[in-house]
Design a protein around this ligand. Structure first.
Ligand code: CP
Length: 310
């Protein structure tokens, strides 16, 4: 039963519950006209303490396409946060007006804290370098759509594996599936954090290998999950400048890959995927963007406990 629950990290839901959301997302994607008014009279609040294009717009589009309404801020400076109002009071206040809250916050753990004070379901739309569970749902849905399965896969994750919250969320979610081999490709400075390796990768006896060069492993991959170097999380500009162009996936590198490789990216991209790759049938990232809206439509419906019109 997902009605009334919060979604703070992917492992809050069992595999069966994640499947339930993805199955509904697939049904909505096939027949969106069947879901036009299911959230009529319901209100979604979006609290974005950090910038966003896809997550905020896809949540807002999702609620509007379900017939509901949206309030919120994309810039906390335009709210009473600028006067020093606490997260606790903001959540209590917004929960008094809305039926469901989506929040992005720069501080790791902020949604765990906020969920103590909400009267309505709370969805984490990304907290610092920690988790981004609705991106993960989108990624799982897109992997399932592109490969027809979520097990028996070799998954390459490439780029900023230290600060990339989508990477941490995806590894956690995929660790529940069988016969997954993770290939972690990053400069030594941007490897998966030590705590994450110890608790999630080693802690669950997951199969993983670390590489520095993408070319050395791209032929083996079923999925290549590219990520940008997260400028906003660096402590020093010189390190960012040195590392920002560590990887560029282009047509030449793709020649080394399998014919049925699926290239995913949570976006935004900077330079890590050349524009020429966009027209390659193996480029799934813009289909992934659109899937994000269907997945969020399904999640809103499940957490609000609304059903398709008869
Ligand atoms: N993938 C993602 O979270 O994109 P935005 O930062 O644009 O929301």
């Amino acid at each position: 039963m997902l009605k009334g629950r919060n979604f703070i990290e992917p492992t809050n839901f069992s595999l069966e519950e994640l499947d339930e959301v993805m199955n509904l997302a697939a049904a909505i994607k096939s027949n969106p006209e069947d879901y036009l008014d299911v959230c009529k009279g319901k209100l979604l609040a979006t609290l974005f303490y950090e910038p966003s294009t896809r997550t905020r717009f896809s949540f807002e589009a999702a609620m509007l396409r379900l017939g509901g309404s949206v309030i919120g801020f994309s810039e906390p400076g335009s709210s009473s946060v600028a006067k020093g109002e606490s997260l606790r009071d903001t959540i209590r206040t917004v929960g008094s007006y809305s039926d469901i809250i989506v929040m992005r916050h720069p501080k790791e753990g902020a949604p765990n804290f906020a969920q103590e004070f909400t009267y309505v379901p709370l969805i984490n739309a990304g907290d610092g370098g920690h988790q981004h569970p609705t991106q993960t749902l989108t990624d799982l849905f897109t992997i399932r759509e592109s490969k027809g399965r979520l097990d028996n896969l070799t998954i390459g994750l490439c780029g900023d594996l230290k600060f990339g919250r989508t990477v941490h969320s995806l590894i956690k979610a995929m660790s529940k599936h069988t016969a997954i081999r993770f290939i972690l490709i990053s400069p030594p400075e941007l490897q998966v954090p030590t705590y994450f390796k110890a608790t999630v990768l080693d802690g669950n006896n997951l199969e993983y290998e670390e590489y520095v060069k993408l070319e050395d492993v791209i032929p083996e991959l079923d999925i290549l999950y590219m990520t940008r170097v997260q400028k906003e999380r660096f402590f020093n500009e010189a390190d960012y400048v040195r590392l920002k162009d560590s990887y560029v996936l282009d047509a030449n590198k793709l020649k080394l890959a399998k014919e049925d490789l699926a290239v995913l990216h949570p976006l935004p991209r900077v330079t890590e995927i050349a524009n020429e790759v966009d027209d390659d049938p193996r480029a799934w990232y813009f289909r992934q963007v659109k899937n994000g809206m269907f997945v969020r439509m399904a999640l809103i419906m499940k957490l609000l406990g609304v059903e398709r019109n008869a």
